[in-house]
Design a protein around this ligand. Structure first.
Ligand code: NAI
Length: 340
């Protein structure tokens, strides 16, 4: 009867409401490169995130195993593995957030730019597929060199007519995670309450932590301490590459950082107010077309690119020094995308 149909409708509507206030709306997250060193622990962490309803794990091989394993965890997300290019479309379809840790990592003695030749091509082909299968998705670019892969992605999307600058992010969260950890250790404050913005880019001297804006502020740190903290943050990746001695770069701390950033994007999409993270995005806060700074996230991705705030003389100097290198890396990415 009509009445029982209405009752059923009413009942299911209220159970939907209950469900949605517990976990939020349906959200699909795809991880490209999900069988890798970053991809696997990132898959685990995203499976633990209650905001995720569908988790698609894509790689050229190995993802059925990772997906079967992670899928047994009793949390909300439905997990599926996709292997090989012919399954990429299915993995991407309907995605709200696509996280890309696909590509080769550094070995000792390599800079992130040394990865360019291999990773640029991988990023280009994955972004071509994104523009075809989920053009509205928020993209979290982890693959290095981020200073070039983000500009490559932007060019691919522009060419496809799908570019929305609010939805393309270079993931620099690991620089922030490192700056917080190193600062807390040196300033002897509890790390959980520490905040440090990191701006610029994501390689060597282009990584500019703003310790003058760190909270809680510390009066105990000398100029030498700040210099040492800055250098350690800039070379944090190399510290891990050397310690792993040929077995790759940061994977576990990167998966943590990637999970934090993807969670922030999901919260933004879901309308949670005042979600702010540092990220490498299209920007007009300096003369460079892409720049990392604090960004407010919202229902459409970037809601506002926040300014740099006031800098110490040392940070001003670092900012001027990083610009030529960052500019060259951005241009290298754009040139690659236009010529290939
Ligand atoms: P990995 O070699 O362990 O894993 C990479 C995965 O990508 C592999 O499973 C591989 O099969 C997959 N892959 C390669 N080509 C692919 C394609 N066309 N489509 C899908 N998947 C593909 O490397 P790891 O350690 O996971 O690092 C991945 C990337 O993340 C590297 O470029 C690395 O430099 C970067 N990275 C970025 C950081 C950041 O802060 N943004 C920090 C650490 C690493």
């Amino acid at each position: 009867s009509l009445e029982s149909a209405i009752r059923r409708g009413g009942a299911s509507a209220s159970s939907c409401r209950r469900f949605s206030s517990d976990s939020g709306p349906e959200r699909k997250v795809a991880i490209l490169g999900a069988a890798g060193g970053i991809g696997q622990p990132l898959a685990l962490l995203m499976k633990l995130n209650p905001l995720v309803s569908t988790l698609a794990l894509y790689d050229i091989a190995g993802t059925p195993g990772v997906a079967a394993d992670v899928s047994h965890i009793n949390t909300r997300a439905e997990v599926a593995g996709y292997a090989g290019e012919e399954q990429l479309g299915k993995a991407l379809e309907g995605s709200d957030v696509v996280v890309i840790p696909a590509g080769v990592p550094r070995k000792p003695g390599m800079t992130r730019d040394d990865l360019f030749n291999i990773n640029a091509g991988i990023v280009k082909s994955l972004c071509t597929a994104i523009s075809k299968y989920c053009p509205n998705a928020v993209v979290n670019m982890i693959s290095n060199p981020v200073n070039s892969t983000v500009p490559i992605a932007s060019e691919v999307f522009k060419k496809a007519g799908t570019y929305d600058e609010r939805k393309l992010f270079g993931v620099t969260t690991l620089d922030v995670v490192r700056a917080k950890t190193f600062y807390a250790g040196k300033a002897k404050v509890p790390v959980a309450g520490v905040n440090v913005p990191v701006v610029g880019g994501h390689a060597g001297i282009t990584i500019l932590p703003l310790f003058s804006q760190a909270t809680p502020a510390s009066n105990d740190l000398s100029d030498e301490d700040i210099k040492a903290l800055t250098k350690r943050t800039q070379e944090g990746g190399t510290e891990v590459v050397e310690a792993k001695a040929g077995k790759g770069s940061a994977t576990l701390s990167m998966a943590y950082a990637g999970a934090i950033f993807a969670d922030a994007c999901l919260k933004g999409l879901n309308g949670v107010p005042d979600v702010v993270e540092c990220s490498f995005v299209q920007s007009s806060i300096t003369e460079l077309p892409f720049f990392a700074s604090k960004v407010r996230l919202g229902k459409n991705g970037v809601e506002e690119v926040l300014g740099l705030g006031s800098l110490s003389d040392y940070e001003e100097e670092g900012l001027e020094k990083l610009k030529p290198e960052l500019k060259a890396s951005i241009e290298k990415g754009i040139k690659f995308a236009r010529e290939n």
